[in-house]
Design a protein around this ligand. Structure first.
Ligand code: 5AD
Ligand code: SF4
Length: 439
């Protein structure tokens, strides 16, 4: 029998990217083969994101396209997974005729069995129940041949209920994975030549809170650093309120922990932070960044900011600008607020006009672009340690890697350098990357 081929589209965060890797690993284990082109695949899965309206719209327009593909080829199996699948469940199957599978965030492990079932029993099949133990958390999904870096899930879900955020409803309550299992997985990855791991969770700083034995994220970082072969450790994402001094100290004390933290601030206004239910004030955030920089002078700090949260006044926005000027982030992801179904903020009355949101976003992005470029220019002339990850994005004649501070560096070189950590002199600075030369 011919093996079925599959293609997975991925929207959303790194967590979703890793979920897609896990789906791919499961499908390969069940005898399917990855297809290079979705038009040639027997199974197409759309792994969706619901965090902002835009991601939601993109997934819906793709599903419309797949529906037309399915009309031409009724044997095509179309599945939707991820956060939108969790959100809409049965209704998805009703609204989009031709959809075969709807797989929620806790049910990835069921995909192969659902595909087998759909071929014999017919569609649509919907699995969106929440489980006490997320079975997919430990699915081993080593990245493809030649990869240098891998994601490792350390926790799932979120208990914070920020007023704008749909994640706690779609990914469930916080669950930490057992340290033994995490360390075993990292050991296996290192054995396959992976030298960089990124520990993933919605809020890694509260890792271990449910263990009740004092083992926390700092303990985990120290244990991961002890795994032979792991040269670089990264993690994402952090919540400022849970960033303890113990974790900050890890940046000073663990040699393999890269000097970068993504620490979403969301706003620089205390009244907006309160309405968002973030659990800290702007001054406390700044103090934590100062502490990190005191522990580790060259740490790079990146962040997320939402503009136009309901009730955000011009003065609130000025506070955000002032915080950015004070902290000077190395990089920033910024978004216009959008209502997400079921969240507290969706019910807040004082919505900000879209025009105002756009103006605030572009002012903020202009400011950040200037800061990012200045920081990149300051790196010119220095020698950085780069882990070469592969060819550069734009050219096969060049290779590319990242500094420990997570900045992309392109340079001349061939594939023989991939996987090696090398000193590179930075020669040119751009907004989104640096250029350098092997020393
Ligand atoms: N509207 C706009 N941005 C949002 N984010 C999360 N929810 C919303 C929303 N409803 C942003 C936050 C978060 C990032 C992943 O997405 O900044 O940190
Ligand atoms: Fe999007 Fe959040 Fe789901 Fe990640 S967890 S895919 S960011 S909604």
């Amino acid at each position: 029998m011919r093996h079925k081929s599959f293609y997975i589209y991925t929207f959303g965060c790194q967590m979703n990217v890793h979920d897609s890797e896990q789906m791919g690993a499961l499908l390969r284990d069940s005898g399917c083969l990855p297809a290079a082109d979705p038009a040639a695949a027997d199974i197409v899965i759309v792994n969706t994101c619901s965090i902002r309206e835009k991601a939601d719209q993109k997934a819906h327009s793709l599903l419309g396209r797949l529906r037309r593909m399915k009309k031409k080829n009724p044997r095509l199996i179309v599945g939707v997974a991820g956060c939108l699948a969790q959100q809409w469940g049965e209704e998805f199957a009703r609204r989009i005729p031709g959809l075969d599978l709807v797989v929620g965030t806790h049910n990835i492990h069921l995909i192969p069995e659902m595909i087998a079932r759909v071929q014999t029993c017919g569609a649509p099949l919907v699995e969106t129940s929440f489980r006490d133990e997320v079975n997919s958390i430990g699915i081993f999904a080593p990245p493809g041949n030649g990869a240098v870096s891998a994601f490792v899930t350390v926790m799932q879900g979120c208990d914070n209920f920020c007023a704008y955020c749909v994640v706690p409803y779609l990914r469930g309550r916080e669950q930490s994975r057992r340290p033994e299992d995490i360390l075993e997985e990292i050991g296996k990855l290192a054995g396959r030549g992976i030298s960089e791991v990124t520990l993933l969770g919605q809020n890694v700083n509260s890792y271990g809170a449910s263990f009740g034995n004092g083992y926390d994220f700092a303990s985990l970082l120290r244990d991961v650093a002890g795994v032979k072969g792991v040269e670089r450790i990264r993690f994402t994402t952090s919540h400022p309120k849970d960033l303890s001094e113990r974790i900050a100290r890890c940046f000073a004390e663990i040699g393999s922990l890269c000097e970068h933290i993504h620490l979403p601030v969301q706003s620089g206004s205390d009244s907006v932070l309160t309405a968002m239910n973030r659990g800290y004030r702007a001054a406390e955030y700044i103090k934590k960044v100062d502490k990190l920089r005191q522990m580790c002078s060259n740490i790079s700090v990146t962040s997320d900011i939402i503009v136009g949260f309901p009730g955000e006044t011009e003065e609130d926005f000025r506070h955000t600008i002032r915080l950015m000027e004070r902290v000077r982030f190395d990089g920033l992801f910024s978004f216009r607020y959008s209502d997400r179904p079921g969240t507290a903020a969706a019910g807040f009355a004082a919505k900000v006009e879209d025009k105002v949101k756009r103006e605030r976003l572009s002012e903020l992005q202009r400011l950040q672009d200037g800061i990012t470029l200045e920081k990149h220019e300051a790196a010119v002339g220095s020698v950085e340690e780069i882990l070469i990850e592969g060819y550069s994005r734009n050219s096969r004649a060049e290779i590319s890697g990242r500094t420990r501070t997570n900045k992309i560096v392109n340079l001349e070189g061939g594939p023989e350098w991939i996987g090696k950590t090398v000193p590179v002199r930075i020669e040119k600075a751009y907004l989104h990357s640096l250029r350098g030369k092997l020393v």
